[in-house]
Design a binder for this molecule. Structure first.
Ligand code: GDP
Ligand code: MN
Length: 380
């Protein structure tokens, strides 16, 4: 789960990383009030779950509260690479002498957290890595040994920070960032830019914070930060119903039981000349409840033109799944053509049940490839 800048900064603050004072605003009037409260010049910042807001016109300086209201009016509703701005972070403006970059993330290859630091901050880190790789200091932390203070010093000296005051502050921030990373089960904590003010004070001016979804159960405070509105409706529905759902980009909605079968179904759709719009994994289940939930999620995706049910009856018997499908279609109306392939335990019984009772938009095909072809055809 990705956090908004202001949420990441809240976590930074809790872990003792210095950030600027700020307020959340969702309207121009609130932005004005926030600027009045903060006093002096402020920065009006779009809160969206994507980077590069500055370049897209989502970060603007405002000298007065009236100015803040006007900038807020411009930024609210702005579309920043597919993300519409509905929240603003109004922050006390900082004077910037230098912009650095600091992050900690997972290096899956090394199976260790990886720190990256450079004094060439403020720009895309990919750009620094490509054009000035010698300026980027990389350092792994052994998760069993834990973070050692010398590692912070190596990052800071390696990056060429010369001022003793800066060295000390950055080293302290490195340690706290590691604590924040570990304690929240984060996947990424990034500060870009980490600024030095003309007075020599070091502060996090931006935050990018990603927390492992699978660990949210033990971080209620972080889980509460989730903004349901930032997800498409079908992803919201899937989360609420506990359905395993993945959005893709084609036109055939896929429902299968078991991860392996679902993966092969994606391949077969491609082989038949189509593209999957999404997929749901029913897992071991196939009862009406599970089928209704999955169908509701799949059909909420406007890209879906046809639905492919691919079921292999192992422990779950095909006749049970067929009854589940029929019961589900009794409870809800589906306009889309549905193609069903049933194979495995009690497949014949399952197919017979469907053929006897299914609505006209449901088609039963004997093999996976036939069914895929039919589903692709019906999606055209
Ligand atoms: P991003 O574009 O999404 O990464 O948003 P940032 O929060 O990093 O802001 C982009 C840029 O705006 C920063 O690199 C700064 O140069 C500038 N900026 C943001 N806040 C301030 C501020 O308080 N004072 C000044 N002078 N510049 C700021
Ligand atoms: Mn940034």
């Amino acid at each position: 789960m990705d956090l908004y800048e202001y949420q990441g900064k809240e976590l930074f603050k809790r872990h003792g990383i210095p950030v600027s004072d700020g307020r959340l605003a969702t309207s121009p009037e609130e932005a004005r009030a926030a600027a009045e409260e903060l006093g002096g010049p402020v920065v009006v910042k779009a809160q969206v779950l994507t980077g590069g807001r500055g370049k897209a016109g989502g970060v603007k300086l405002a000298e007065t509260p009236e100015d803040a209201e006007a900038r807020a009016r411009e930024i609210l509703g702005l579309d920043i690479r597919g993300h519409v701005v509905r929240r603003l972070w109004i922050e006390k403006a900082s004077d910037i002498a230098r912009e650095y970059y600091l992050s900690v993330t997972f290096d899956r290859g090394e199976k260790k957290p990886l720190f990256m630091f450079t004094t060439e901050g403020g720009v895309d880190i990919e750009e620094v890595a490509a054009t000035k790789p010698e300026a980027l200091v990389r350092l792994h932390v052994d998760p069993l040994e834990g973070f050692q203070p010398w590692q912070a010093r190596r990052l800071v000296y390696g990056g060429g920070v010369e001022d003793a005051g800066e060295q000390k502050q950055i080293a302290a921030i490195v340690g706290k960032l590691y604590e924040a990373f570990v304690e929240t089960d984060a996947m990424l904590c990034e500060i870009n830019p980490l600024i030095v003010t003309p007075e020599g004070e070091v502060r996090a001016l931006d935050s990018k914070f990603t927390v492992d979804d699978n660990a949210l159960y033990r971080h209620e405070d972080v889980a509460e930060m989730r903004d349901p509105e930032s997800y498409p409706p079908e992803e919201r529905a899937a989360r609420e119903k506990g359905v395993t759902y993945v959005k893709l980009d084609g036109e055939v909605g896929i429902l299968g039981n078991g991860a392996g079968l679902v993966m092969s179904t994606l391949d077969v759709i491609a082989l038949a000349g189509g593209q999957p719009a999404n997929f749901c994994d029913l897992g071991g289940g196939g009862d009406a409840e599970g089928v209704v939930d999955a169908l509701e999620v799949i059909t909420a995706d406007p890209q879906v033109k046809s639905i492919f049910f691919n079921i292999f009856g192992g422990i779950t018997r095909c006749d049970e799944v067929a009854r589940g499908i029929l019961a589900a279609l009794d409870r809800m109306t589906i306009e889309h053509p549905i193609v069903v392939r049933l194979d495995g335990t009690n497949a014949e019984e399952g197919r017979r049940l469907l053929q006897e009772a299914a609505p006209p938009n449901l088609h039963v095909e004997p093999t996976m490839l036939d069914a895929a072809r039919r589903a692709v055809e019906l999606a055209r």
